[in-house]
Design a protein around this ligand. Structure first.
Ligand code: PA5
Length: 440
């Protein structure tokens, strides 16, 4: 399997400083290696998902059963860590236009309580149900009590019940074993898939949260996990030079100490945009903390942003190259596209833009990326680069695993707990209070 390559010659951080931070990180690399041998016993549990064969077999069993129903649509009802990873992998591997390309099973996502978009989804699936065809609803909630997810789930269940007598067999609930949602699913006879207790939402893409919907629509989940497992091995390496997660965390950390408190993930591939959104949650929720692990009020954080190349060069490049020196950029490039589209060789058009006739779009995109990097270097704008072999399942598995372990290492360097989200819980509790008649 071809590996992802990280280069950082444009990071403007000296090797000495990287080595020094690398020595600090040794303790955490050791902790991570220990966790890799301990199943789901501690906060770093998610690193063991890629090798959990029991969970995988269970997911495959339910996929087979639901595929046998010949569904036309899968509706994933979940929010945040409960759907961002699925969207990221689906779009990266199968493309943003997946639904329009006539797949066997189309996929729709319902996350927030937006009346119009929930209505639109119902407008798509109701005619399918009316025709006597099938759909699958996958409700995903770790806590089993997220307001938005439960509201939307109930709406889709009502619709399903209207058309299906044994509606239960079209529903799969993914949750924490023993949550209220889990118990209800058992009571109703829905399919159930368990999220290990210690695996938090934003680290759950390789659990049934991502594996079930992705496998159902045809993503090769074995290959996804294979890529993740390969990357996990690399990211446990004590030698920082060969440990991309540790190296990347160090670069983010040292740049933030130099005032670069915005981390831009600059993805030169349209289909990776949702990987950016997934990463925003991962970094935002894990690193943005009021208190340090020692209980000191620190209001820590790096603000994650997402850019798409070359699109955003036409909207953001002026700011990136001329604005404040407050950003550290991680370019992500894909070496092998699936398609090889070329500009036609029309001589009569050659005076519009010179030297593009007959060239492949990939070649033009590479020129744009190299040009951008040259401008960043010239302007002393720090960056690193991740080069993906392609957008196959194994490459995307590697990328997501790298990023999850990077954030764990970054949490250690910044002395914050990358696994909790006390302030998110705050808004959830306040919402429930207001919905129960409390004042606001
Ligand atoms: O990372 C997290 O824990 C959160 O963003 C959750 O994923 C999100 O709030 C959804 O929670 P739940 O899966 O419990 O419905």
């Amino acid at each position: 399997m071809e590996k992802i390559k990280l280069s950082y010659s444009g990071s403007f951080i000296s090797q000495n400083k990287i080595n020094k931070a690398g020595r600090t990180l040794q303790k955490e690399i050791k902790g991570m290696s220990l966790a890799s041998k301990k199943g789901y016993g501690n906060d770093k549990a998610s690193i063991n998902l890629p090798t959990d064969e029991k969970a995988l077999n269970n997911v495959i069993k339910i996929i087979k059963a639901k595929k046998a129903l010949n569904p036309e649509y899968l509706v994933v009802v979940g929010i945040g860590g409960s759907n961002l990873g699925t969207i990221a992998v689906q779009e990266a591997v199968l493309g943003k236009f997946y639904n329009q390309l006539n797949p066997r099973i189309k996929i729709l996502y319902s996350d927030t309580v937006d009346s119009d978009s929930v209505q639109d989804i119902m407008g798509i699936i109701e005619p399918v149900l009316k025709k006597g065809k099938n759909i699958i609803i996958n409700g995903v909630s770790k806590s089993g009590g997220t307001t938005e997810t439960m509201a939307n789930f109930e709406i889709f269940i009502r619709l399903l019940k209207k058309y299906k007598k044994n509606y239960e067999k079209y529903v799969v609930v993914t949750s924490d074993k023993g949550s209220k949602y889990w118990n209800l699913a058992l009571e109703k006879g829905f399919g159930t898939l368990e999220i290990p207790k210690k695996v938090g939402g934003r680290y759950s893409v390789f659990s049934p949260v991502g594996l079930f919907p992705l496998g159902l629509i045809g993503v090769n989940i074995d290959k996804l996990l294979e890529g993740a497992a390969l990357m996990r091995k690399q990211c446990l390496n004590k030698n920082i030079k060969n440990n991309p997660a540790a190296l990347s965390a160090i670069l983010l950390y040292l740049n933030s100490k130099k005032g670069k408190n915005i981390a831009d993930l600059f993805l030169f591939s349209n289909d990776l945009e949702s990987v950016g959104k997934w990463y925003r949650q991962l970094m935002g929720e894990s690193i943005g903390k009021e208190f340090s692990v020692k209980g000191k009020k620190i209001h820590n954080g790096i603000t994650p942003t997402v850019s798409i190349g070359s699109t955003d060069l036409h909207s953001m490049a002026q700011l990136y190259l001329g604005g404040p020196y407050d950003k550290f950029t991680a370019f992500v490039r894909v070496r092998g596209n699936k398609a090889n589209v070329k500009v036609p060789d029309f001589k009569e058009y050659s005076n519009l833009v010179d030297k593009i006739q007959g060239k492949s779009l990939e070649k033009i995109m590479n020129a744009v990326l190299e040009g951008t990097k040259a401008a960043f270097r010239k302007g002393k704008r720090p960056f690193m680069e991740l080069a993906l072999p392609d957008k196959s399942e194994s490459s995307i598995g590697q990328l997501l695993q790298l990023k999850m372990m990077e954030i764990m290492y970054l949490g250690f360097l910044m002395e914050v707990n990358p696994f909790d989200q006390p302030n998110v819980e705050d808004y959830k509790a306040e919402t429930k209070r207001i919905l129960s008649g409390g004042s606001f």
